[in-house]
Design a protein around this ligand. Sequence first.
Ligand SMILES: NC(=O)C1=CN([C@@H]2O[C@H](COP(=O)(O)OP(=O)(O)OC[C@H]3O[C@@H](n4cnc5c(N)ncnc54)[C@H](OP(=O)(O)O)[C@@H]3O)[C@@H](O)[C@H]2O)C=CC1
Ligand SMILES: CC(=O)N[C@@H](CCC(=O)OP(=O)(O)O)C(=O)O
Length: 343
Amino acid sequence: MIKVGVVGGTGYTGVELLRLLAAHPQVDLRAVTSRGEAGRHLADLFPNLRGHVDLVFTHPDESDLPGCDLVFFATPNGTAMQLVPDLLAAGVKVIDLAADFRLRDPAAWEHWYGMPHACPELLAEAVYGLPEVNREAVRGARLVANPGCYPTAVQLGFLPLLEQGLVEPGNLIADTKSGVSGAGRKAAVGTLLAEASENMKAYGVAGHRHQPEIRQGLRAATQQPVELTFVPHLTPMIRGIHATLYARLTGAAADLQSLFEQRYADEPFVDVMPLGAHPETRSVRGANHCRLAVHHPRGGQTVVVLSVIDNLVKGAAGQAVQNMNLMFGLDETTGLGAAALLP
Ligand SMILES: NC(=O)C1=CN([C@@H]2O[C@H](COP(=O)(O)OP(=O)(O)OC[C@H]3O[C@@H](n4cnc5c(N)ncnc54)[C@H](OP(=O)(O)O)[C@@H]3O)[C@@H](O)[C@H]2O)C=CC1
Ligand SMILES: CC(=O)N[C@@H](CCC(=O)OP(=O)(O)O)C(=O)O
């Protein structure tokens, strides 16, 4: 059994992680932290966990995190980097659901996240946990940077085209929509029911922190400079990301459907939909799947890829469990077999 701790167990990704870990046959959940709820029983706060998790929230300073084999951080950006060096020194493996270890360049981190990095020496070692790209490196990692939600949906959609050099890397567009849980559980005016329901808006058009993360991943795939216009939108749903991706073909169109099917043929969590499909966010709700469809409208120069994930699952907690399975030599799909919730 893997002794597991979770820092930040009261946030949306933390609670989703607890739901998945509670059902995982190889996990012994030892510690779940919250500063605000320390001393309260998990099931009192989250009745969905009644009968599944028999633990009390503890303060991070008083939790036996060094006694765990693996600690997940489901905390705001800039939290994990303060604690990770000591945990690694104690022999604990770490998966960070936040962005602390995603960008390889500490100057880029400081620019986009507005604070100096606390342990830049660990950035080169951290493995970017997108298993569809870095599976072997994740297996051997002691520190995994779990990708962001938008970056997961966008990279999985663009990768087959860029890896084969079929589209112009300098001319990519990602038009993305997120459910409100993507903004976290903290109180904020923009996520009030009266603000977010019956409404839709773009945000971060001038520059969103997921843009450099996506560019970093796509540049590694194509070995060429990447130009990406990335526009996120807030939509009136709770969970889900829908990414509509546009790319310009460099030459005559190949068989794009076969390309996508072959690229992801052995991937347990990437589903290439039949030709002409329009994947829906509800088809991945609660599941660790990314569903993709590739379109080539009217045989023109533009390829359109549709990519959907659940931001809290393949975009966060599910992908983190997938990475844990790899790091501990388990079948990658262990504990992640559930189909999506409909409707
Ligand atoms: N929501 C999403 O769809 C996704 C989120 N992420 C990332 O995952 C991380 C968590 O997101 P989310 O669950 O939405 O966040 P929330 O704001 O919902 O939850 C944050 C959690 O962290 C704890 N926390 C806050 N500050 C600290 C601190 N200084 N030290 C220890 N614990 C702290 C909070 O509990 P308490 O304050 O009581 O300690 C709470 O449990 C973020 O970095 C986010 O960017 C990644 C992918 C998708
Ligand atoms: C709807 C919404 O607000 N979404 C968040 C993205 C959540 C996420 O994955 O962000 P991290 O990189 O911090 O992990 C945002 O745009 O800031």
